[in-house]
Design a protein around this ligand. Structure first.
Ligand code: XIL
Length: 348
């Protein structure tokens, strides 16, 4: 299982290292042409300055997910005001290339800035501000995004229940419903997503996630898509991806495979020997493609890859010179890796 704390502290690390690069040189057909549903990629405005990034993402992907700049940590300032400069740029960039934007993420346990911390002793004001935040952000982009991750990562890692966070501390479990109703009110046609990770690595977490989904559906909460991040290890047990997509699809909701990367470093337990894990990495991406194809087309919301080239991966940004991981479909020169080729072949 991935060490998330290490990766998450890379945070606004976000801000990329240097991006040089020549024009795209891949003779392969666009990756997006192998799926009927949209194929997305994580994006940050810092990457726009890189011509190779520009060319490859425009060619191969239908949709951008802002990796960081639509999150509360970027948008919400400590005085309660909002900053929309980067999300607006991401939207303009996507329009230019006729791509969609996937909104990520409105409410996340990992981000609960000073503004909300300061309101925690006043439940009524806190709740009003919470609704207002969701309404303001969704409202600003009404009709312009393909969907929103409304609540991100609500389930505890061991699957024993809901995660504690500021939102739950102040508002109770109902924090989830409030956010979905507020988002739906602001953009009634927008697909609303519940997104979480390790649903394949930890079956107990998947069960708890599905219980939450069932409860939300019974309560009539507007929820349309399930997001399974799919930050996986190459050593994930064979069959786990298929079981996960099958279980999620049994809800009847659409499925977003929302943040795909397949870590070699995790599989090798940080050892310097990736060799023996490359074949397993390929088998994972093949299984993902097969599991995807076995979903009813009407439930295929899309697949999103968490970065373009290995050097763009969030794992590598937080590495500080240690061994780089190789979790993505393109290598650092911009060529489609054997992993990417296997994905395409399995999707055919
Ligand atoms: C990560 C980004 O990749 C990093 O750049 C950022 O600093 C921290 O967040 N689950 C999610 C994503 O839903 O938003 C996280 O993205 C990765 C884990």
């Amino acid at each position: 299982m991935i060490d998330r704390r290490a990766a998450l502290t890379g945070l606004s690390a976000a801000i990329l290292s240097s991006c040089t690069g020549e024009a795209a040189t891949t003779d392969a057909a666009p990756l997006k042409s192998f799926l009927t549903a949209p194929l997305g990629v994580a994006a940050m405005t810092a990457e726009f300055a890189d011509p190779q990034w520009q060319a490859l993402t425009a060619t191969h992907f239908d949709r951008l997910t802002p990796e960081w700049e639509m999150k509360m940590e970027y948008i919400l300032q400590s005085d309660g005001s909002h900053r929309f400069e980067a999300p607006d740029r991401l939207l303009r960039q996507a329009k230019l290339n006729r791509q969609g934007i996937f909104g990520h993420a409105l409410v996340w346990y990992a981000q609960d800035g000073a503004y909300f911390q300061n309101l925690r002793s006043d439940k009524a004001r806190f709740e009003a501000a919470y609704r207002a935040y969701v309404q303001a952000v969704v409202g600003r982009y009404t009709g312009q995004v393909d969907g929103w991750d409304v609540v991100n990562e609500p389930i505890l890692d061991d699957g024993s229940g809901l995660r504690n966070c500021l939102w739950r501390d102040v508002l109770g479990d109902y924090y989830i419903d409030i956010a979905y109703h507020a988002a739906h009110g602001a953009d009634p046609a927008c697909p609303l997503v519940l997104n979480d990770y390790n649903l394949e690595h930890t079956p107990a977490k998947r069960r708890q996630f599905l219980k939450l989904v069932d409860d939300m559906q019974k309560r009539g909460v507007p929820l349309h898509v399930l997001g399974t991040q799919t930050h996986i290890s190459a050593a994930l047990e064979p069959g786990a991806l298929k079981a996960t997509l099958r279980d999620l699809a049994a809800t009847g909701l659409k499925i977003h495979v929302s943040e795909v990367d397949v870590s070699l470093k995790e599989a090798a337990k940080n050892a310097f020997d990736f060799k023996s894990y490359r074949a397993q990495q390929i088998r994972q991406i093949e299984e993902l493609a097969e599991a995807w194809l076995s979903l009813p087309v009407a439930q295929q919301y899309g697949i999103t890859i968490w970065g373009l080239r290995d050097k763009d991966s969030w794992y590598n940004r937080s590495q500080k010179g240690l061994l780089a991981d190789e979790p993505l479909l393109f290598d650092d020169t911009g060529a489609l890796k054997p992993l990417g080729q296997a994905f395409v072949k399995a999707l055919r």
